[in-house]
Ligand binder design. Structure first.
Ligand SMILES: [Zn+2]
Length: 335
């Protein structure tokens, strides 16, 4: 029997050797926003700052065990003797080779208190992009909300909680982009911001929707290609295939379709990084490149507070400062 079944999932995954933090230091999703904002606001040393956030929707923390060349088999996934994805075409390995790190992270808010939230797409990406848990960004109403307020409530990020993409488009005059395919992002979650942008065309942020991961990927490549008309200074692209395959045949490393989706995202990510490195101006630019996810999953679903849904990750091409680590995170909340 795999050790994963013998011990707490988070504890088992936390023992994989490639993490730069410990399970009880898992980084909260709003702290990922702070990582980006702090990078943008730090001295530029004469270089133009750029950000690429590459989203793997539904990627569990332990899914990285399919990718890293580090010895991940000591605990958790036994029977695996090497790395699957050659470093030559792995985006996650590439970030580490660039001097980066990979840390455990968590979604779902703090269980049992006001910030507890679903481990699902709306809540996950909005917490990363707004820097706030859902009760503070407009997605969730406070417990005290009236029945009338609840009946009228849409699962939308308040226009008063700008995404980091809008913040830097507005304040720093950057060209930014939210690129995805899940229709609800556009019809509900970020609708107030989309309407805001329609009435404020001087803010150079765009929302662009695609029908599938591959067409979206081609656009992601265009958007990091210097001189292309869709070139963006800060962008997020959210690949759906881990979530789609998880809902169809199951989330987890014993599910071939899910694993294949993770590896495909990893390859797509590699192509994005390669395109960035090939930019003629690359040497005079300073890129922050992150991979993260909105939630995990178990069986064919997600949304609950179990470790398999809450435990996610953030990988960066730069060192991840320990100031973003949580303190005494027990898998449900920080104590
Ligand atoms: Zn889902």
């Amino acid at each position: 029997m795999s050790p994963l079944f013998k011990k707490n999932h988070l504890k088992a995954v936390g023992e994989y050797v490639f993490w730069d933090n410990k399970a009880d230091q898992s980084i909260s999703q709003p702290s990922i926003y702070n990582m980006i904002a702090d990078f943008m606001d730090s001295p530029d040393n004469g270089k133009k700052k750029k950000v690429a956030i590459i989203g793997w929707d539904g990627a569990r923390a332990d899914s990285l065990g399919n990718i890293f060349k580090a010895n991940v088999m000591k605990y958790g996934i036994d029977h695996v003797s090497g790395y699957y994805s050659k470093p030559c075409c792995s985006g996650a390995n590439k970030l580490i080779d660039m001097g980066g790190e990979v840390c455990l992270a968590y979604c779902g808010g703090e269980k049992g208190i006001r910030t507890e939230q679903d481990t699902s797409t709306i809540w996950g990406w909005s917490s990363i992009l707004s820097g706030k848990w859902a009760v503070d960004n407009g997605i969730n109403l406070p417990k005290s909300a009236s029945i009338i307020e609840k009946s009228k409530h849409a699962l939308s990020v308040s226009v008063d909680s700008p995404t980091i993409l809008r913040k830097y488009a507005q304040n720093n005059n950057l060209k930014t982009a939210f690129i995805a395919q899940w229709p609800d992002h556009f019809s509900e979650t970020y609708l107030p911001e989309i309407k805001y942008l329609q009435s404020n065309p001087d803010v150079k942020m765009r929302y662009t929707k695609f029908e599938d991961d591959y067409s979206m990927h081609k656009h992601m490549i265009d958007s990091v290609t210097e001189g292309n008309e869709s070139e963006s200074d800060m962008l997020i692209g959210i690949y759906e295939s881990p979530d789609h395959n998880g809902h169809t045949t199951g989330f987890g490393n014993n599910k071939p379709h899910y694993v294949n989706a993770i590896r495909t995202c990893d390859n797509y990510t590699f192509e994005i990084i390669q395109t960035i490195e090939n930019r003629p101006s690359y040497k005079s630019e300073d890129w922050l490149i992150l991979i993260s996810s909105d939630h995990g999953g178990k069986g064919i679903g997600h949304g609950s507070q179990i470790d398999e849904c809450r435990a996610i990750f953030v990988a960066s091409n730069k060192k991840i400062d320990s100031k973003y680590y949580s303190k005494n995170y027990d898998g449900k909340k920080c104590n």
